[in-house]
Design a protein. Structure first.
Ligand SMILES: [Fe+2]
Ligand SMILES: [Fe+2]
Length: 282
């Protein structure tokens, strides 16, 4: 059964092949020399490979029920992009593990949460988890692309370029899982209920992974690092302060990801970040 798709534009979603140099990551605490912010970046990156496989599986389960040719094509692009993100982030995670960061234990931590979700939730609920997490990534993406100070502290690793490229593709495919949910499940109450759980637990899981990384490295954050990390998240234009209203939008009945217009960020990413565009090989 397929309900009419949304008014999403028929933009083509295609994975870009990029040439990132992972060997540039040479310092454990590469991000502003700050252990809290660096472990936040590692935690995010460690969550991607298995997390994005979960996203792909939850959308793929419904693919055969979709008749709309535009949405079918979007699903193909979504799967291609997420599979590619998984591989690139795994390369980065391997490089970080080579420096001595406990990437494997935190990967397993996230995998246990995902496997719990696979066991406990039915397919419609798993797709609702994916749609909610796609809103998290699209929101993070907008903040990253609009605030150069987010990544400017990182000039010694490939993560800056990876985050900007990943952010742009997340915005490109932000509505796909949502549209599949709307077409095949279409339970607004469940979508909102699950999103509330996802939004509450996401940062808790990231914080647990950060503590695991710091504990493994026997590294106690310094007062300066705590202050800087607080500002990064809760200061003026910090992610948590900036994003709170963006998360509330998703919890409104009838919300659609394209209600938030981020198209200008896609139109101008190559001119805003020519050094990232230059890394595209296909
Ligand atoms: Fe992704
Ligand atoms: Fe995504």
């Amino acid at each position: 059964m397929t309900a009419p798709a949304t008014n999403a534009p028929a933009a083509s979603i295609k994975p870009r092949q990029m040439d990132f140099d992972m060997t540039l990551l040479k310092e454990k605490y590469f991000f502003r020399g700050n252990a809290i912010l660096s472990t936040l970046m590692y935690a995010l990156s460690a969550s991607f490979p298995d997390g994005e496989r979960f996203f792909i599986d939850s959308v793929r389960y419904y693919r055969d029920q979709i008749d709309d040719p535009v949405l079918k094509e979007d699903i193909r692009g979504f799967i291609g992009q997420e599979a590619h993100h998984s591989r690139i982030h795994q390369d980065f995670n391997d490089q970080a593990a080579g420096l001595g960061m406990a990437m494997e234990p935190i990967r397993k931590h996230f995998l246990r949460r995902l496997n719990f979700g696979r066991k406990r939730f039915n397919h419609g609920q798993q797709l609702a988890v994916t749609a909610a997490l796609e809103h998290v990534t699209a929101t993070l993406a907008q903040w990253t692309l609009e605030n150069p100070q987010v990544t400017e502290g990182d000039s010694t690793s490939p993560l800056r370029e990876m985050l900007l490229w990943h952010a742009m593709e997340e915005i490109e495919h932000k509505a796909v899982a949502f549209d599949v949910y709307r077409a095949c499940v279409n339970d607004e109450q469940q979508r909102i209920r699950i999103a509330k759980i996802v939004f509450r637990t996401f940062w808790i899981q990231m914080a647990i992974a950060q503590v695991m990384l710091l504990w493994h490295d026997r590294r106690l954050p310094r007062w300066r690092e705590i202050r800087e990390a607080w500002d990064f998240m809760w200061g003026e234009n910090g992610f948590r302060s900036w994003s709170a209203p963006e998360f509330r939008k998703y919890l409104r009945r009838g919300f659609h990801p394209n209600d938030i217009d981020q198209s200008r960020l896609l139109e101008r990413w190559q001119s805003d970040f020519p050094e990232v565009a230059a890394l595209q090989v296909a």
